[in-house]
Design a protein around this ligand. Structure first.
Ligand code: FAD
Ligand code: NAD
Length: 480
């Protein structure tokens, strides 16, 4: 076994790892980037990009059906599953190609292939071929989709999201377990592309939403279009012919057995911290096995080990992975002079239709941090002018602000153009704007943003009626 010495060892060449590597190099350090799998990142290979490619194909199919409501008739819609998947695959490969090009440009001596495992706080073993001794480390190992063992036992027709993007054709039917962002984005697109889809949600959650009023509207919007079985668990999965027999059970204990080609497990992702030898680092870890770390500096305790991206499970999204990686790499380079980096206002978007966006503090967080001290304004998109014009008049936006200061705190929504409104409102939170200052901004006509103004006016009205006593239950009714 050979031994390599470096100043900064970065484990994982995903978005966080690549950014961390570049930041450590920019900080003047020698760095080694270790990757156990192929280059290309989760985002480009099996995440953000291929999922959005599938959604775009689904949107095209949906528009053809929806056009009839405008008096525009497209004739028979034919979906060529092979062509859909060929475009998803080839465009995805193009995005992956750009990432691989970047990695190819890194000096060969900075890259090492193999699975890294800590032997001590300063030493890694890579497969059975190399020992790496380093002064500082960035853990950027990403996350893995969860597939419960009892489902996995039913064989290869039980899949997770990675497998969808390798399909050469669309299947006839798919059961999806999980009403999180992956289950809904993929489940809705497959449905729109003509696949028979049933989505099982063990509770009533919808993507990242926490506001009970928005959740109610979101559940109805999803049920309007999709076969979603809320409060229904998948209890048995067995091979059946070429596919699967799936038994589900609702809250009354009523069971139903149905046949599908596939079961797509979309029940969450687990940070890759379990086969890393973290027990040999002396780091304190939480109950998920993630080292305790400072979210401003990414430093684990006071050690020379930093953790970034999905591996630390703090907002597992692409822009966050890049921010974490940069902060971790910069701090690894300047260790022990560790400094807080820029963490932005939280923003999460689910590319369902209607889209779902949350930004700033969530409703459930405010119930803990501001009990009785925040006001809520709202707008329904049902009668919102431009939304109706576009026949996208479904959804609800709820906006939150602090009594006394009038500071805008955050919002949750499902509705048209949520990806854009989400940015607008996240920027307002980060800029520290008050609701009055936001209402002084320009609003054009006729635009969906006029709906945002309606919600802000409602919020301003409620802010004037601050409760006289500090009742912790005001505006904070428990969810259904
Ligand atoms: C279907 C899907 C859709 C998504 N859509 C969006 C979206 O629209 N917008 C958005 O913002 N986010 C989206 N995400 C989330 C986003 O893709 C991730 O948050 C982001 O890619 C995480 O980057 P990362 O660098 O932490 O991990 P990764 O890119 O997964 O990199 C981790 C790397 O570490 C390697 N590794 C692991 N363990 C070891 C080891 N011991 N030794 C060596 N190497 C190791 C892995 O092989 C991997 O290459 C989506 C995710 C999925 C799955
Ligand atoms: N548009 C985007 O930004 C985007 C898209 C895809 C993924 N992502 C990222 O990927 C992460 C993982 O997404 P995800 O959808 O896998 O996870 P998630 O945590 O968002 O959702 C998982 C869902 O599965 C449910 N669940 C858990 N166990 C279950 C079981 N046994 N049966 C049925 N349901 C069960 C949970 O209640 C939850 O609703 C997200 O947190 C997100 O950050 C982001």
């Amino acid at each position: 076994m050979r031994t390599l010495r470096t100043e900064v060892a970065v484990i994982g060449a995903g978005t966080a790892g690549m950014t961390g590597y570049r930041a450590a190099k920019a900080g003047g350090k020698q760095a080694l980037l270790i990757e156990s799998n192929v280059y290309g990142t989760t985002c480009a290979r099996v995440g953000c990009m291929p999922s959005k490619l599938l959604i775009s194909a689904a949107d095209a199919a949906h528009m053809l059906h929806a056009a009839a409501d405008f008096g525009v008739h497209a004739g028979d819609v034919r979906i060529d599953g092979k062509a859909v998947m060929a475009r998803v695959g080839s465009e995805r490969d193009r995005f992956v190609g750009f990432v691989v090009e970047s990695v190819d440009a890194y000096p060969a001596e900075d890259k090492l292939h193999g699975h890294a495992r800590f032997l001590s706080p300063t030493r890694l073993q890579i497969d059975d071929h190399t020992l790496v001794e380093a002064e500082r480390f960035v853990i950027a190992t990403g996350s893995t989709p969860i597939v419960p063992d009892e489902w996995r036992a039913a064989g290869s027709r039980v899949i997770h999201s990675d497998a969808v993007f390798d399909w050469e054709d669309l299947p006839q039917s798919v059961a999806v377990a999980g009403t999180g962002v992956i289950g809904l984005e993929l489940g809705q697109s497959l449905h729109r592309l003509g696949v028979r889809v049933t989505i099982f949600g063990r509770g009533g959650s919808v993507a990242q939403l926490s506001d009970p009023a928005v959740l109610d509207v979101a559940r109805s919007a999803m049920l309007d279009e999709l076969d979603v079985r809320f409060k229904t668990r998948v209890v048995k999965v067995e091979p059946h012919g070429d596919g699967l027999a799936i038994t589900s059970e609702d809250t009354n204990g009523d069971q139903q057995a149905e046949h599908f080609d596939y079961l797509l497990s979309a029940v969450g992702r687990r940070p890759n911290v379990h086969q890393l030898g973290l027990e040999n680092t002396g780091l304190q870890r939480d109950h998920h096995g993630i080292p305790l770390f400072d979210p401003q500096t990414m430093q684990c305790g006071d050690s020379a080990i930093f953790i970034a991206g999905d591996a630390n499970n703090d907002r597992p999204q692409l822009p966050e992975a890049a921010d974490h990686g940069r902060i971790a790499g910069e701090n690894a380079a300047r260790y022990p002079d560790v400094q807080p980096g820029l963490r932005r206002t939280p923003l999460a978007i689910s590319f369902t239709e209607p889209q779902i966006a949350t930004m700033g503090a969530s409703y459930s967080e405010l119930c803990v941090t501001h009990p009785g001290r925040f006001a809520v304004g709202k707008v329904s998109f049902e009668n919102q002018g431009r939304s109706r014009v576009m026949l996208q008049n479904k959804g609800l936006l709820r906006v939150y602000a602090e009594y006394q200061s009038g500071r805008f705190l955050g919002a949750e929504m499902i509705g048209p153009r949520a990806e854009n409104i989400g940015h607008l409102l996240a920027w307002a939170v980060q800029a520290g704007l008050t609701v009055d200052a936001m209402l002084d901004m320009p609003f054009y006509h006729p635009v969906v943003e006029e709906g945002v103004r309606t919600a802000l006016r409602d919020l301003a009205h409620h802010l004037k009626n601050a409760p006289v006593h500090d009742c912790p239950c005001v505006d904070c009714t428990p969810g259904p």
